[in-house]
Design a protein around this ligand. Structure first.
Ligand code: BDR
Ligand code: CA
Length: 318
């Protein structure tokens, strides 16, 4: 089986961390690198967190490249209320011994896409600044990208305004570059990610297992649940970013709509909202440019996360 050449652009982040674990455990991917962006915390902190995660699982062979610190047109607004001062509060991990590559994330993405013989897949689970900048700077490489899987948006609700979700809200211009690119975009927004929960009564499935990876996830969940369970009253922690990765491993786990998807960059109340047009084709605002996901087989998804942890623990023992 040919592996999918992949870059994950992220801002770890509790749910980013678990998305990375799933990707690192899977033999479906040829993970070319992890690029980081200012999002949940400053890019310095999200980069350090990515390096810490790779060291924890013994995968420092995967390059980390630090990217843009601020959105294209505005100043970054971090999510300290959700992810804490470090961006990944809760687990206590040593300071990273490894360093990020000394180059720009945007150029790293271009280099990897350019030299790939197979169609490339990008996963973007933070504000879309690196990906938007890459698409603007390297238009001749668009045809080499098969699709982009993103965590972003939400049809029925936002989490930073009534209609805007954090990743899109932080950098709507970059998100619009992505949807305007005509590269197929698979959107995992709040409609589906709020169903992709690890419920609080399932946290013990991680805590009860021996091994640093399971304990790391249990610590992540404990901290992440302060926001989602205690404050927002969900039944558990939404694994937002893992959806964008899990769907590449097991596409049938998710269902959604093919749609014309756009991003509002102007509205005084709707800036950063996603417009998802699923009306009959002849009335849509534009040609379909992707899929907007709405549902997940939650137990299958949970099993994938647990299996991924077992695989990483086993790799660490070998
Ligand atoms: C998104 O925002 C971040 O806080 C999460 O990591 C996720 O990517 C959810 O709105
Ligand atoms: Ca994220």
């Amino acid at each position: 089986m040919k592996k999918i050449p992949l870059i994950i652009d992220c801002d770890p982040g509790h749910d980013d961390a678990i998305a990375l674990l799933i990707a690192l455990a899977s033999d479906k991917f040829d993970l070319k690198g992890i690029t980081t962006v200012g999002g949940n915390q400053t890019v310095e902190k999200t980069t350090a967190n990515a390096l810490k995660i790779l060291e924890l699982v013994g995968r420092t062979d995967v390059p980390v490249v630090s990217g843009r610190s601020n959105p294209m047109m505005s100043k970054l607004r971090v999510a300290e209320d959700v992810h804490g001062a470090s961006g990944m509060d809760g687990p206590v991990l040593p300071e990273p011994k490894t360093k990020s590559l000394n180059m720009r994330a945007v150029d790293f993405i271009a280099e990897q896409v350019e030299k790939s013989e197979d169609p490339f897949v990008l996963v973007a689970v933070g504000p879309f600044t690196n990906i938007g900048t890459f698409l603007l700077a390297y238009p001749h490489l668009h045809h080499k990208i098969e699709k982009i899987h993103v965590m972003g948006g939400g049809v029925y609700e936002g989490n930073r305004s009534q209609l805007a979700e954090f990743n899109v809200w932080n950098d709507p211009e970059s998100a619009k570059v992505v949807t305007d690119s005509r590269i197929p975009v698979h959107f995992f927004g709040l409609d589906v990610t709020h169903k992709a929960l690890i419920r609080q009564d399932e946290f013990h499935l991680f805590r009860q297992e021996k091994g640093s990876v399971f304990q790391f996830v249990a610590d992540l969940l404990d901290f992440y649940s302060i926001c989602y369970v205690q404050e927002r009253k969900l039944e558990g922690c939404p694994m937002h970013d893992s959806c964008a990765v899990a769907s590449l491993i097991d596409p049938n786990m998710f269902t959604g709509y093919e749609a014309f998807i756009d991003v509002d960059i102007e509205g005084s109340k709707t800036r950063g909202a996603c417009i998802v047009d699923i009306r009959p084709q002849e009335r849509r605002l534009g040609e379909n440019n992707g899929v907007f996901y709405m549902n997940v087989d939650r137990l299958r998804f949970l099993k994938l996360i647990i299996d991924s942890c077992h695989k990483l623990e086993q790799d660490l023992r070998n």
